[in-house]
Design a protein. Structure first.
Length: 305
């Protein structure tokens, strides 16, 4: 495929909208991280993989000579991802601030150097008619972008569909940015399939995250309603069950991914054929393999909801 020529006005306008949205998308997430000083539920691997994906995405857009907004987009995206990645290192992994600054700045510089070198190397090859290296770069970008959206699914599995730590305003803006960018590609003289795939993958996986949380809200509606009547939150109820060693069907699983569950986790979790008998933090609240005494329970009505 030859580099894009004579970019239509519509493509530039739609691409500009997508770029603006992707330029601000992670600001709500960064603000939430800073305000709460907590990034639980926001996987560091998600932000790092997305940051890395900005390198091949930027190379692909520049070598293909996409409209200017689309060329700028992956670099703004990469910067914001590294900011959020740094926040996860600071708040979840308790790194010192100076270490976070050094590592994120060094990573950004390395990304810039790799991208510049590959652009200078691949551009003459592409202009000479060999598009294979650029196609490979595009495929790598798509894979990294999709891979970055998989860790939240692991967090959702752990919490039985619940999404925490991820700002839904950020997710909405991100999806809209991908949508307008996709429209921008569609209005160019030649639609770029790989570029379109990257945006479609992003939109699809993010819709899945929304659906996961909506299903969790539906499944836990009765528990949350009764908790509100008692002046409690869902987390309060879950904690009370854990403190008394009582089974709770919406308890968090012990591992982020199913295949990482250890044998002790299986034993502590009770009968694995009965997912509603999972316990919350059983390692803290079970003693010598004996079940906690339920006669002191103050929350029996939630047990079999």
């Amino acid at each position: 495929m030859a580099p894009q020529q004579d970019i239509p006005i519509a493509a530039n306008v739609l691409g500009t909208i997508g770029t603006v949205l992707w330029s601000i998308q992670l600001i709500p997430q960064a603000w939430t991280n800073w305000r709460t000083k907590d990034t639980e539920g926001l996987p560091a691997s998600m932000m790092l993989l997305w940051g890395i994906s900005g390198v091949p995405f930027g190379i692909y857009a520049i070598v293909q000579n996409f409209n200017i907004p689309i060329q700028v987009q992956p670099h703004v995206f990469m910067f914001l991802c590294l900011v959020n990645w740094g926040q996860t290192l600071r708040y979840s992994y308790k790194w010192h601030l100076w270490k976070v600054i050094v590592v994120t700045t060094g990573t950004a510089a390395a990304f810039a150097g790799v991208e510049a070198a590959l652009i200078l190397t691949l551009r003459p090859i592409y202009k000479a008619g060999n598009s294979t290296p650029v196609i490979v770069i595009g495929v790598v970008a798509a894979i990294l972008l999709a891979a970055g959206l998989l860790p939240p699914y692991g967090e959702a599995w752990k919490r039985r569909g619940r999404i925490i730590g991820i700002n839904f305003l950020f997710l909405t803006i991100d999806s809209l940015g991908a949508f307008f960018s996709l429209l921008s590609l569609a209005t160019q003289n030649t639609f770029d399939i790989l570029g379109g795939v990257m945006y479609i993958v992003c939109i699809t996986l993010e819709i899945g995250i929304f659906i996961s949380h909506l299903l969790w809200l539906f499944r836990t509606r009765q528990v949350r309603k009764e908790a509100r009547l008692d002046g409690k939150t869902f987390d309060d109820v879950m904690t009370e069950y854990g403190q008394q060693g009582l089974p709770f069907k919406f308890a968090e699983r012990q591992s982020t991914w199913p295949w990482k569950r250890s044998r002790p986790d299986e034993e502590k979790g009770g009968d694995r054929s009965r997912p509603d008998l999972d316990l919350v933090n059983t390692s803290s609240y079970m003693r010598n393999g004996e079940e906690a005494d339920t006669k002191f329970s103050t929350i029996p009505r939630y047990t079999h909801r």
